[in-house]
Design a protein around this ligand. Structure first.
Ligand code: ATP
Length: 472
């Protein structure tokens, strides 16, 4: 039987949400293209985030370049430390992230009820920092390669995840630049620019949406771990000492954002980090229950003054805020909210996907595939169905269609039975289907059918736009 992830993948491709990148050439690992419906959904996710972040007094937007001065990545620690431990199996030649190999093993122990052993391995993993530590765990536990089933491993090596390229025609060290592995640094290096060009003072934030690139050792699970992806990050600059309260505030805001946009609360959980990144003094992930298990969709991090202090040191430019009244001066602390646009796209897609048994035409039981997106995220907001292509029905429906199209993505469908047309729209998550039938010629009303309840109501055609506005 197809797993839910297979079913979602196949629907994604069939209906034009997501395609494999450069598929006609066999695809490129870790890269995906968003099709006509996918791009609408992705834009809606980003728009919902952008509105939640920037339609308030204390956050400004930014769009920084992907290529940045290479010193940025020295200051941020990415050149030295943005590495994953990798290990190769000598028989299968399969390459793995050593830490995820061990995490998968711990998961298996837990499933078998070997809790003590799982906890012991986890404790060792939490302390591991050197390649030799990871290697020792893999050897001691006799962890096998999922491909060959053998324990014939190479040493563990660290591998930097940043993509390198060159500016200008000469490919040498002095011209090396990196594709940014996160959008956050574009925000940090612009902290003073934003501070000086706006009337903001701490506490205030800077929000940015943009592409990020990581040369991941293993890409897997569709859009979950890709090499090119989009992030939506916000850095909130605060007075040192207030980080605890702001950390809690932002965690709550971000958790609620997912709920408000239709996430099933039982598919969300928070996971505080036990092992902190070198820059953080508190970190909690928001995790979503994907078809393959729990996975991080967003991280909320209390980053102290690590980033601004380092940029101050590496650039020689002060990164302070000076209070003109109190003469108080300090390098602000930062609370970061960091979410993948593409990874949350996938979470919203999985969350929306349902297969329901319903009474079909002629009394038969049918399976209805439906994407129950929050109306704000749905790629298509409404579909218009003239019942038939004759009797003046298309002519009656056309002005409504054109009018709705000025504000919303709407579709027009005249082919097949109404039941078939409903199925087509359910499958892409369209919240409302509007049918213009022969009665409409007399009563100037149409039938609006709700995607989730499948209830139908009769509404005057002139009121439909207002109805949609209220419902969306
Ligand atoms: P992971 O442990 O899953 O690699 P991370 O802790 O390195 O993630 P962050 O650096 O905190 O992730 O990135 C913030 C967010 O960016 C993640 O919550 C995720 O939504 C997204 N993200 C990170 N790496 C990828 C990737 N390779 N593909 C898609 N989204 C990603």
């Amino acid at each position: 039987m197809a797993t839910p992830l297979d079913a979602i993948l196949s629907l994604s491709k069939r209906r034009g949400f997501v395609f494999q990148s450069s598929e006609i050439y066999g695809g490129l690992n870790g890269c995906w293209d968003y099709g006509p419906l996918g791009v609408e959904l992705l834009r809606n996710v980003k728009e919902a985030w952008w509105k939640a972040m920037t339609l308030r007094d204390d956050i400004e937007g930014l769009d920084a370049a992907i290529l940045m001065h290479p010193r940025t990545w020295e200051a941020s620690g990415h050149l030295g430390q943005f590495t994953d431990p990798m290990i190769d199996n000598k028989v299968s030649k399969a390459r793995h992230r050593a830490d995820t190999l061990i995490e998968d093993y711990i998961e298996k122990l837990r499933k078998k009820g070997k809790t003590d052993q799982a906890n012991a391995v986890e404790a060792r993993l939490n302390l591991a920092s050197e390649p030799a530590h990871f290697h020792a765990i893999i050897i001691d536990e006799q962890i096998t390669d999922p491909v060959s089933g053998t324990t014939d491993w190479t040493d563990v090596r660290y591998f930097n995840l940043m993509f390198k390229t060159f500016v200008g025609p000469v490919e040498d060290v002095s011209n090396t630049v990196y594709l940014r592995p996160e959008t956050a640094q574009g925000i940090f290096v612009n902290f003073k620019n934003v501070l000086d060009s706006t009337r903001q003072k701490p506490p205030f934030g800077i929000a940015q949406i943009g592409k990020a690139f990581r040369n991941e050792i293993n890409t897997k699970n569709f859009l979950f771990r890709t090499r090119e992806f989009e992030q939506m990050e916000m850095q909130f600059f605060i007075k040192p000492g207030s980080e605890k309260e702001w950390f809690e505030y932002w965690f709550e805001q971000r958790y609620q954002w997912f709920i408000e946009h239709g996430m099933n609360p039982s598919s969300l959980r928070s996971k505080p980090h036990e092992k902190m990144a070198h820059y953080a003094n508190a970190a909690t992930d928001i995790e979503f229950l994907f078809p393959f298990g729990w996975g991080e969709i967003e991280g909320i991090h209390s980053r102290t003054d690590f980033d601004l202090k380092n940029h101050q040191e590496f650039s020689g430019k002060k990164q302070e805020y000076v209070d003109t009244v109190t003469k108080d001066r300090y390098v602000p602390y930062v609370i970061e909210t960091s979410v993948g646009a593409s990874r949350s796209f996938m979470a919203f897609l999985c969350n929306a996907f349902k297969e329901e048994k319903i009474d079909g035409e002629n009394g038969a039981v049918e399976t209805r595939t439906v994407l129950q997106f929050h109306p704000k995220l749905a790629p298509v907001k409404a579909a218009i169905f003239p019942l038939t292509s004759k009797d003046g029905l298309p002519e009656l429906a056309d002005p409504l269609y054109k009018d709705l199209q000025k504000d919303y993505k709407v579709q027009w469908d005249t082919s097949g039975s109404i039941g078939k047309r409903y199925r087509r729209q359910d499958e892409i998550g369209t919240p409302f289907c509007i049918t213009i039938d022969n009665d409409s010629l007399n009563d100037s009303a149409a039938t609006i059918r709700n995607r989730d309840t499948m209830q139908q109501e009769r509404i005057p055609i002139d009121n439909i736009k207002a109805f949609l506005r209220d419902s969306l």
